[in-house]
Design a binder for this molecule. Structure first.
Ligand SMILES: [Zn+2]
Ligand SMILES: [Zn+2]
Length: 239
């Protein structure tokens, strides 16, 4: 956090050096990014991402969409518009915040976007099947996504029973866990652990972590078996 000198913000451990939440999902043929937050450009540079086929959006909060303009680097190399997928709520924010990419009077160097409006219907991007999962971020509907045996859920503090069924059977669940203290729109560490145990997912990784949670090494040591704190640059391979 800007201006903060707490033990996490000053930690020498690279696992405490967290950029905004996002994941890259890769198969043999297809590469997808979920959310383009304000750190998107730096994340692409840091992890040397050279190929991207699509972007999925979870919800319209700025920390998940603000970096979209930098998609233009991928347009430049692929010479194609980027396929982006968003529900109607997020689409409205994208069209407002990045209006210049959606007008008829276009100037050179703006992002080229091919916007696909999604609902809770499953769809396929390249060779990756995607199942949207509705979760609640206080009163805002947010999309989680299941890709085969891998499920990603950020920015939620409540999930309806029917949507929980879509998560069951996952081998890996990435879930938000903001901090230990109660929060109005994010699961706490305790609530996230409870949900993993309820859904019996064998491996879980927590993300969207606040500096208020504490240092990675200390919290990691407290977690039950199979549950971990995710860290920037972490790679998870699925069979
Ligand atoms: Zn949010
Ligand atoms: Zn967020």
């Amino acid at each position: 956090m800007i201006g903060c000198d707490c033990e996490v913000c000053t930690s020498p451990d690279k696992k405490d050096d967290r950029l905004r939440s996002s994941i890259l999902v890769e198969s043999a043929a297809t590469t997808i990014i979920v959310d383009t937050g304000p750190d998107f450009r730096y994340q692409m540079l840091r992890y040397q991402v050279k190929k991207l086929d699509a972007v999925l959006f979870t919800h319209p909060h700025k920390d998940h969409i603000a970096g979209l303009d930098d998609i233009k680097a991928f347009n430049y190399f692929s010479k194609k518009p980027m396929n982006i997928y968003a529900n109607s709520l997020t689409e409205e924010a994208l069209r407002r915040d990045f209006y210049y990419a959606f007008t008829d009077t276009r100037y050179p160097g703006i992002p080229e976007l091919n916007l696909n409006t999604i609902t809770l219907e499953p769809f396929i991007i390249g060779d990756i099947p995607v199942i949207p999962i509705l979760v609640w971020h206080l009163k805002m509907p947010v999309l989680g996504f299941r890709f085969g045996k891998f499920t990603y859920i950020t920015d939620a503090n409540r999930i309806d029973d029917a949507e929980k069924e879509k998560i069951r059977g996952s081998e890996v669940l990435v879930l938000n866990a903001l901090r230990k203290q109660k929060h109005i729109s994010h699961f706490t560490l305790g609530e996230a652990i409870e949900l993993v145990e309820e859904l019996k997912v064998p491996a879980a990784y927590f993300t969207h972590i606040s500096h208020q949670l504490g240092r990675h090494a200390a919290i990691e040591a407290e977690l039950p078996k199979g549950i971990h704190l995710a860290y920037d640059g972490q790679t998870i391979k699925l069979k």
